[in-house]
Ligand binder design. Sequence first.
Ligand code: FES
Ligand code: FES
Length: 139
Amino acid sequence: MDRQEAIEFLLEHYEQPRHRGELADPDVTMPGGNPGCGDVVTIYLKVDAANDAIQDLAFVGEGCTISQAAASILLEQMQGQALAAIEALDFNWMIDELGREVVQSRPRCATLALGTLKAAIKKYRNDQIRAELGENAPT
Ligand code: FES
Ligand code: FES
């Protein structure tokens, strides 16, 4: 992807985001944000427990083009993926996926969605452990 293709890719996802909206009955709702600018992405996750994989996912958010396009690009690719595969992804992967040349100067914008998705999976794991131990989730 050259620089121009990367810009068009981002703009296209920003203007027509995939997986945007709320899920009716999510296993996890995880808000994420960049304190520096106030931009937000909230991720909703439904897990296929038998396969330890994503059953469905969605986001709502408000913020700069890169942060919102990244959420759309990430969630489109992660539909149906194993949770372990997502846990193994790093921020460098995300930056390459979006077009390093364009987003490398804006790493926090580029990685807000991936960081939030990883936090959502972490919460799902913790909730599972609590349920197995018979504990209530903290309020
Ligand atoms: Fe805030 Fe991009 S400027 S996430
Ligand atoms: Fe503010 Fe990217 S988080 S510029």
